[in-house]
Design a protein around this ligand. Sequence first.
Ligand SMILES: Cc1cc2nc3c(=O)[nH]c(=O)nc-3n(C[C@H](O)[C@H](O)[C@H](O)COP(=O)(O)OP(=O)(O)OC[C@H]3O[C@@H](n4cnc5c(N)ncnc54)[C@H](O)[C@@H]3O)c2cc1C
Length: 327
Amino acid sequence: MTQENTQQDNGEKNVRDVIIVGSGPAGYTAAIYLSRAGYKPLVIAGALTPGGQLINTTEVENYPGFPDGVMGPDLMDSMQKQAEKFGAEIVFDDVVSVDFGDGSDAGAMKSVTCDQGDVYQAPAIVVTTGSNVRKLDVPGEKEYSGKGVSYCATCDGFFFRNKPIVVIGGGDSAFTDAEFLTRFGTSVTLIHRRDEFRAAKIMVDRAKANDKMSFMVNSVVDKINGEDGSAKSVIVRNVKTGETTEIPAAGVFVAVGNTPTTEFLNGALKLDQKGYIEVDGASTRTSLPGVFAAGDVVDSVYRQAVSAAGMGCRAALDAQEYLDSLQ
Ligand SMILES: Cc1cc2nc3c(=O)[nH]c(=O)nc-3n(C[C@H](O)[C@H](O)[C@H](O)COP(=O)(O)OP(=O)(O)OC[C@H]3O[C@@H](n4cnc5c(N)ncnc54)[C@H](O)[C@@H]3O)c2cc1C
């Protein structure tokens, strides 16, 4: 069953029912739901990485429905096709600025301006711009990314059973990842640039009590070495003494932080202390009526493709309810 769409026939070609900013699992899922509900969503997919973070990975083994795994780019290509099949329109550009108003006028048009100069307007906006993992920027990191170097322990830990693993970082995420990875690796070495950890004391104490874990503090990774196309070891430098050591590492997990992609909002929406978009409880409603947010740009905890897709579904249903209320 479809609903009458709300697109305004006012002669302005850039007015849409709803605009989705971002084309990762959250964005495409929102697009699938909204187009199947009879709306004509415009997806502004991003110019550099349409498809989002999974475009930069190889096999995804934990997305439901693919018992043999699926390549990240193939999964995102299928999501794009599924959204287009139901009528979503996609443009490959970046939103550089927004005007969402002050929220005082229910149903007011919001506008987004793209890098190529196009301005689009809609009464409802769904922001799904994800996040960027912080990188080490050392030789070998790019070369062995997806071939030993990983930014997601939950996603990739399984691939390193009975192999030596290193984790780089000193915060809660690094410790959570390291402890999780002890289920798989023969050893897990946590490498941290300072001598004190930012992680909660209880996590540090638990890690110290784990026989599989060891620690290299005041230390940075200078290089990732490989063999036969996969990571094999890391060169670690003690920042106090300058001494370097090569330690075996089939899995190199980088846990030095994530940055939610929100600069283009320029303060239009309320962010939490870590810079993620704040939403109202379990909903996807942001600080402004008619503006919704989903996926990694909201979620500093779970950061998975399936959780982003699930939240994209919720954002679509929230946006749909909002659009229906305007009719
Ligand atoms: C290397 C790697 C491997 C991973 N492997 C797995 C895995 O195996 N399983 C798993 O569940 N998860 C995995 N993840 C995590 C997963 O990719 C993310 O949780 C998921 O992609 C988040 O989806 P999202 O839709 O919120 O955002 P993203 O996927 O980050 O997509 C954000 C989108 O926003 C767009 N965008 C950003 N800024 C703008 C702008 N200004 N204007 C327009 N568009 C913009 C980008 O182009 C992109 O399309 C992995 C992550 C990485 C980095």
